[in-house]
Write a protein that binds this ligand. Structure first.
Ligand code: SIN
Length: 283
């Protein structure tokens, strides 16, 4: 097995493994790579839906999606589909899946079944690097803030274009998370706000929240925090929803793109530990 980094801050491609027949040792190396790189990529995997589910079960329990169309025979797998005549894709905005749940998903495992001849890439932005790049003053401010997240305006009755999704009535999830979380696996601080599901800074008005959130969204997705994955049929990406945001590029009008997604249950995300910073000593 070979692990090749995709960019300085985020992502690694794992070569030389067959996900249908992993040894425990190989799985442990993949798990370590996932913790170290936040999103891992595999090529040329030949997986049935059952193989996909078996790989997911090695990580934990599967979260059955309430809003996406499931694969007919396998409700554990959600379809991420765009037909040639559809204009809007799923995930065409920076986001992290399930931040609207009080216990957000650990990660998602996306497997490419049918891809356009060119385009349809996915971008991933590393949120450890986004936090690390902030000034000490901004870090201190953000470490004391929480943010409200919701599913209502994306999947619910009030969503502008919710016809791609199901169960609008079930979109009642609201959650509150620290703006900077301590990652449950790595212990590292990560920014945890995203333009799709975050609605305001907790305890602030919508108006008050907007300028800080808009600045953070722009910062979180700076080009130097990003890696870009170009899919082929049989490629798989597994990302950590607590450490990256992702964006599905919608640049393949007239072509079908069909992906199978399994989302994994996570654990509660707590605030990054704040350490009182000593006042600078005057020179
Ligand atoms: C998603 O946002 O989960 C879908 C990502 C993709 O289709 O590339």
């Amino acid at each position: 097995m070979e692990i090749v980094r995709s960019s300085p801050h985020v992502g690694a491609e794992i070569l030389g493994v067959d996900l249908r027949a992993l040894t425990d040792g190989e799985f442990e190396s993949i798990r370590e790579a996932f913790i170290d790189h936040s999103v891992i990529f595999f090529r040329d995997q030949d997986l049935t839906p059952d193989d996909h589910i078996a790989f997911a079960h090695r990580w934990g329990d599967i979260n059955i999606n309430r809003f996406f169309t499931p694969v007919d025979t396998h409700p554990q797998i959600a379809e991420v589909r765009k037909e040639p005549d559809q204009a809007v894709n799923i995930g065409g905005e920076w986001h992290t899946d399930h931040s609207y749940d009080q216990i957000p998903a650990l990660g998602s495992i996306l497997y490419a079944r049918e891809v356009p001849p060119v385009g349809g890439d996915t971008l991933f932005a590393g949120q450890y690097a986004a936090f690390d790049a902030l000034s000490d003053g901004m870090k201190d401010t953000l470490l004391n803030l929480w943010a409200d997240h919701s599913s209502r305006h994306v999947f619910g009755q009030i969503a502008a274009d919710n016809d791609r999704f199901h169960n609008a009535d079930a979109a009642t999830q609201d959650s509150v998370h620290p703006v900077v979380i301590e990652h449950p696996l790595s212990g590292r601080p990560a920014l945890y706000v995203n333009p799709d599901f975050t609605v305001r800074i907790h305890g602030w008005t919508n108006d008050e929240s907007q300028s800080l959130l808009q600045w953070l969204y722009q910062h979180c997705t700076r080009p130097d925090f990003i890696t870009r994955f170009s899919w082929r049929a049989g490629s798989m990406a597994m990302w950590d929803n607590r450490a990256v945001q992702h964006f599905a590029v919608n640049d393949y009008a007239g072509h079908r793109r069909l992906m199978h997604r399994i989302t994994l249950e996570g654990t509660e995300v707590g605030p990054a530990r704040t350490q009182p910073r000593p006042l600078p000593v005057a020179a």
